[in-house]
Ligand binder design. Structure first.
Ligand code: FAD
Length: 518
C-alpha cells in the first residue's frame, strides 16, 4: 500500500536522523518496520513565522518496495540517416527540440553562432576582465544559450503549456541533481549547468544528430512563401525545409533580417529596470527573522516582490540568492546586467532584477517610427545609456539604493559581486521617467513590505533590460509562421517562453509540430 502524507518538520527536528520515518509512522499509527521506504515528492520551506518549518509531501510505501524515481524513459533512436530538421540556436529551446526530434525519429541539424561550453569560458573572462564582448560568444550566445552560465532556476509559470516533470527528468537523465524533482524552487547552479549541457550535446551526437558551432545564420532562402534553405556567415548554403528558429531574445540581427524580408513580426510588451544587490545576510535576516546568521540547514533566502505604480507592475525578476551579477551584453557599446548563482548559493550577495512593465502600445510614442521594432529600439537606447553612464566599458552605472530613490549622487558605492566594476552615476536623473520614477516608488513600497530591504547598504546597478523579448514572431495554431511554410518560431526569441523550462517545453512542442507531416 502507498499513502501520500504531508509532514511538517521544524528546523530542530530536521537534524534528527530518520525524522520522516518517525513522523510517518506516528501519523499513520503503524510500526516503523512496516514502512519499506519513503519517497519525498515535494519539499518547501515555510518561513512566514519566526519558527521555521520544512513542509514535506511524501509517499509512504507500506510493505511494498519503493520504485525507481523516474516516471519517464528517454528512448533515443539512431537518426543518422533520417529526414533532417534544422534547428537554429542551441539554447534550452534548441536543445530540447533536438532531443525530441531524435525521440521522434528525425535528424536534428543544429546551427549555433557561439562556441561550445568550454571554449565559451574564455570569452566570458574577456568580458569581465578586458571589457571586450565577442558578439557571437558571451553570456547569452553559445552552447546551452543564455541558460548555461545562468542561475539555473527551474521555476516556471507555464504549467499549462507542457509537461514540466518530463523536462526535469530529462535534466536529471543528463546529469542534474535529482533534488530538482522535489524542491519547491528547484535550482541547478552555474557551476553544474555546463556539464548537463555537454551531456545533452553528447546524446545528440551519439544518436546521429549534428551540431555546428560558430555557425551564425545570416539569411533564409525562401521561395513561394516556403523555406528552402539557410545561409551561414561563412557563405555556406544549406537546403532545409523544416526550420526551428530558436535564437533567443538577444538575436537582434534575426529580428532585423525578418523585418527586412517583410516577414511578419509584432511588437511585444516587456519589462526593464535595474539589478538591486544586497548583502545576503540582510535578506536572510528579513526572511528568516534572524540576526543575519541563518541556520546552516537553510538555503540563502530569496524574495519575490511586486507592486503596482501608476498602472504598471514593478516587480522582482530572476532573484539570485548567494549569487553574482554578470555582464550580459551581446554587443560592444551596451551594458546589460543579469544574475546567476552557484549550486550552493554561497556567495555573500543577493541580487535581483527590479523591473517596470512597458506597454508597447501606450508607453513609447517617440518610438512609433520604428513600427514593430519600437520596443527593441527603446531597449537598445536604454542599454546605450547604461554604457555611457558606466564609463564606456563594461563597468556598470550604479547608485546606492537610497540615493537613487532620494535623488542624490552616491559619493561611494557598496561592495559588489559584479566583476567588471561599478561607476557611481545619477541614474535617478538619467533614466526615462517611465522607468525611473516607477522604480523609485516601487523600491519605497518594497521597503514597507520587507522591513530592511530599503537600505543604503544596497546598490542598484544598471541595466536589466533583457527580461523577455520586445518582439513576437507570430505563429499559427500548428506553430508554423503564418506566412512562411516550414518556419517554426520557437522559445524566448519568438515570444513563447520566459525562462529555461518554458523554453525547453516550447522546443519539444516545436519539434513535434515541425515533424508532424514530414
Ligand atoms: P537562448 O537561451 O537565448 O538561446 C538562443 C541561442 O541561439 C543562443 O545560444 C544563441 O547563440 C543562438 N543564436 C542566436 N542567433 C543565432 C544565429 N543567427 N545563428 C545561430 N545561432 C544563433 N532562466 C531561468 O529560467 N532561470 C534562471 O535562473 C535564469 N538565469 C539567467 C541568467 C542569465 C545570466 C541569463 C542571461 C539568462 C537567465 N535566464 C534564466 C533566462 C534563460 O536563460 C532564457 O530564458 C533561456 O535560455 C531562453 O532559451 P532559448 O533557447 O529560447 O534562447
Amino acid at each position: 500500500m502507498i499513502k501520500d502524507l504531508q509532514l511538517r518538520v521544524s528546523l530542530k527536528e530536521e537534524e534528527i536522523t530518520n525524522i520522516l520515518l518517525i513522523k510517518a509512522s506516528e501519523k499513520l499509527a503503524i510500526s516503523r518496520e512496516d514502512i519499506s521506504g519513503i519517497k519525498v515528492l515535494r519539499k518547501s520551506i515555510d518561513a512566514r513565522k519566526p519558527k521555521i518549518f520544512f513542509n514535506y509531501k511524501v509517499a509512504v510505501y507500506i510493505n511494498e518496495p519503493v520504485p525507481e524515481t523516474s516516471e519517464y524513459v528517454f528512448e533515443y533512436k539512431d537518426v543518422s540517416k533520417a529526414k533532417p530538421v534544422h534547428i537554429i540556436g542551441f539554447g534550452p529551446a534548441g536543445m530540447y527540440a533536438a532531443l525530441r526530434c531524435i525521440e521522434l525519429g528525425f535528424k536534428p541539424i543544429v546551427l549555433e553562432r557561439g562556441k561550445n561550453v568550454q571554449d565559451r569560458r574564455r570569452d566570458l573572462k574577456a568580458i569581465n576582465q578586458d571589457h571586450f564582448v565577442n558578439e557571437d560568444s558571451n553570456y547569452c550566445f553559445g552552447e546551452g544559450g543564455a541558460g548555461t552560465y545562468s542561475d539555473g532556476k527551474l521555476y516556471t509559470r507555464s504549467l499549462k503549456r507542457g509537461d514540466v516533470r518530463r523536462i526535469f527528468e530529462n535534466l536529471v537523465f543528463h546529469g542534474a541533481t535529482d533534488q530538482i524533482l522535489v524542491d519547491a524552487h528547484p535550482h541547478i547552479g552555474t557551476n553544474k549547468l555546463p556539464k548537463v549541457v555537454s551531456n545533452i550535446r553528447e546524446t545528440i551526437l551519439k544518436y546521429g544528430g549534428e551540431i555546428h558551432f560558430e555557425s551564425r545564420v545570416t539569411d533564409f532562402i525562401i521561395k513561394n512563401n516556403a523555406i528552402q534553405g539557410i545561409q551561414l556567415q561563412n557563405g555556406k548554403e544549406l537546403t532545409a525545409n523544416r526550420v526551428i528558429l530558436a535564437t533567443g531574445h538577444s538575436a537582434r540581427d534575426i529580428y532585423y533580417l525578418l523585418h527586412k524580408k517583410e516577414i511578419a513580426l509584432q511588437a511585444k510588451s516587456f519589462a526593464m529596470g535595474v539589478r538591486v544587490e544586497h548583502p545576503q545576510h540582510i535578506i536572510d535576516a528579513i526572511q528568516y527573522h534572524c540576526d543575519g546568521n541563518r541556520n546552516e540547514l537553510l538555503p540563502a533566502a530569496a524574495y519575490s516582490l511586486v507592486h503596482q505604480v501608476n498602472n504598471r507592475g514593478v516587480y522582482s525578476f530572476c532573484m539570485c540568492p548567494g549569487g553574482f551579477i554578470v555582464p550580459a551584453a551581446t554587443a560592444n557599446g551596451e551594458v546589460v546586467v543579469n544574475g546567476m548563482s552557484p549550486s550552493k548559493r554561497n556567495n555573500e550577495f543577493a541580487n535581483s532584477g527590479i523591473v517596470v512593465e512597458i506597454n508597447v502600445d501606450k508607453d513609447l510614442p517617440k518610438y512609433e517610427r520604428f513600427g514593430v521594432l519600437k520596443g527593441l529600439e527603446y531597449q537598445k537606447d536604454f542599454e546605450k545609456l547604461a554604457f555611457t553612464a558606466g564609463g564606456r566599458s563594461q563597468t556598470a552605472p550604479a547608485q546606492r539604493l537610497t540615493d537613487f530613490v532620494e535623488g542624490n549622487l552616491s559619493s561611494s558605492l557598496n561592495p559588489t559581486s559584479y566583476q567588471p566594476g561599478l561607476n557611481a552615476a545619477p541614474l535617478h536623473s538619467l533614466f526615462p521617467k517611465l522607468i525611473g520614477s516607477r522604480l523609485r516608488k516601487g523600491f519605497k513600497a518594497f521597503g514597507t513590505k520587507m522591513k530592511g530591504f530599503y537600505t543604503a547598504e544596497a546598490n542598484i546597478i544598471g541595466v536589466e533590460s533583457r527580461t523577455s523579448s520586445p518582439v513576437n514572431i507570430p505563429r499559427k495554431e500548428n506553430l508554423e509562421h503564418p506566412e512562411i511554410t516550414g518556419l517554426f518560431p520557437c522559445g524566448e526569441g519568438g515570444g513563447y517562453a520566459g525562462g529555461i523550462v518554458s523554453a525547453a517545453m516550447d522546443g519539444e512542442r516545436c519539434a513535434e509540430a515541425a515533424t508532424s507531416n514530414l
